[in-house]
Design a binder for this molecule. Structure first.
Ligand code: PFF
Length: 455
């Protein structure tokens, strides 16, 4: 079979929409606000911003560079620079860049399914006239229902496969061109509403006034993990999107654009949620339930208009999720179709089938399989469910390891002349700073974080 042709984005702007779409997801809107609330507000935000600048942007540039320079999906990309004595190691990293996103997708699709369930439920009025405690109970009921979880997960995988099967231009580009502007508009409406009716001043203090005594090693680790996940690093998406870039586009500019937009959306999500949470006096540190348990109460208290905002909010979440899931499926599908193994549509369907199969176990680990602890005999995995194990391995262990290995690859293995040319910064101070970060600061910093999280 003929290998599929390697396509390119229509413009730098469409790349930016897609890459920001990948970065902006459940990590920004669902996870960021509750992690901020649980970890001391301003202090967390400050460290997070520092990590995005020192680790995030240099790594984004490195991954984009590997993609663009090789014009290949991750495995092919890691093999195409040639001449390394430890090529087997780089092959393994390439494989890891294909498998990590698949691992993330198995649990990400389940949570994306929750957002579809909530958008639908809000629309038909399931969350109207909530009694005391009803919202927590409804969230528990969703988690306890194998049928519902599998149904919504199947839908989210189906949508993702449908889009990726259509290819770069008519699949991914068309989707992000519609969903990303919609996402920004909904987010702005929600922030405006929250700033008019909610306690905006308290939210600003909460998010931006750091209490330095709260900065602990654990906080730094949490911030680093959140930054990696939020910027889609170490997981193939950015690398494969980079491979669709044409040579006239500036990698440093794109990397800064992605990091800036992703961070802005995370902060805006905070400003959409905290003002109303504070104004209604509900618990702002409610953990993962902040969005799924607390917000329905708030929307309910708002009366009729609350239902509209509820639908908008969960649609926002669903759109953000979909533009991320497509970027998680793309690396493997691109690899299989460009290697000439399968046609793109077929590759997408096969990957979807595997994801669905594993996803069922992940979904059921919220209920019927909650007592199954696959690697429970190892201390590191004690008490972790199937979902817990996959999430820990893909989003904590291998994502960080991938980021570390790629910075070593770019800093020490790829020829300096290649990196110089790809960055387009000349042999300037900016280039030198980036190179220094990628050679020393990123591998050592990420290595240290990895050591602390895993070992
Ligand atoms: N960045 C996405 C989020 O914040 O929800 C998650 C993600 C997407 C991680 C794509 C990794 C990835 F490759």
């Amino acid at each position: 079979m003929q290998p599929a042709k390697h396509e390119h984005w229509s413009s730098g702007f469409t790349f930016l929409l897609a890459a920001v779409g990948s970065a902006v997801g459940l990590g920004n809107i669902w996870r960021f606000p509750y992690v901020v609330a649980e970890n001391g507000g301003g202090a967390f935000v400050l460290i997070y911003l520092a990590i995005v600048i020192v680790f995030g942007i240099p790594l984004l540039m490195s991954e984009l560079m590997i993609g663009r320079s090789s014009q290949k999906p991750p495995l092919g990309a890691m093999q195409s620079f040639g001449g390394s004595r430890v090529q087997k190691l780089w092959d393994a990293v390439g494989w890891s860049y294909l498998l990590v996103p698949m691992g993330i997708l198995t649990f990400y699709s389940v949570v994306a399914g929750w957002t579809l369930d909530y958008a639908f439920g809000m629309g038909i009025g399931t969350f109207n006239n909530l009694e005391e405690g009803a919202s927590a109970r409804m969230f528990q009921e969703l988690l306890a229902s194998p049928v519902k979880l599998v149904f919504w997960m199947t839908l989210s995988i189906g949508i993702t496969v449908g889009i990726v099967a259509r290819g770069l231009k008519s699949g991914l580009e068309t989707t992000v061109k519609i969903l990303m502007p919609a996402l920004f508009i909904i987010l702005i409406i929600l922030v405006l509403y929250a700033s008019i009716t909610g306690d905006f001043a308290r939210s600003v203090t909460f998010m931006f006034e750091p209490d330095f005594s709260k900065i602990t090693p654990k906080l730094v680790l949490m911030a680093a993990g959140q930054a990696f996940f939020s910027l889609s690093l170490g997981s193939g998406a950015i690398m494969v999107y980079g491979s669709y870039l044409t040579r006239d586009i500036s990698i440093p500019k794109m990397a800064v654009g992605v990091a800036f937009a992703d961070t802005a959306v995370a902060l805006l999500a905070g400003f959409a949620i905290f003002p109303i949470v504070f104004a209604f006096g509900v618990d702002h540190a409610a953990g993962p339930g902040l969005v799924f348990v607390t917000l329905p109460i708030v929307f309910n208290d708002m009366g009729g208009i609350g239902q509209i905002f509820g639908v908008l909010f969960f649609l926002l979440l669903a759109f953000a999720a979909i533009t991320s899931t497509i970027s998680l499926l793309e690396p493997m599908v691109a690899e299989l179709s460009e290697e000439g193994k399968f046609k793109r549509a077929r590759a997408a369907i096969y990957c979807g089938a595997v994801l669905w199969f594993v996803g069922v176990f992940v979904a059921l680990s919220n209920n019927i399989l909650s007592d199954v602890h696959p690697l429970g005999f190892l201390p590191l995995f004690e008490g972790k469910t199937i979902e817990g194990v996959i999430e820990f391995l893909s989003a904590n262990v291998f994502m960080l390891l991938n980021g570390m290995m790629v910075s070593i690859f770019v800093g020490w293995s790829v020829k300096r002349s290649v990196t110089l040319e790809e960055m387009g910064l000349g042999d300037s101070v900016l280039f030198k700073i980036w190179f220094l970060l990628v050679r020393f600061v990123v591998p050592l910093g990420v290595g240290f974080i990895f050591y602390d999280v895993v070992l």
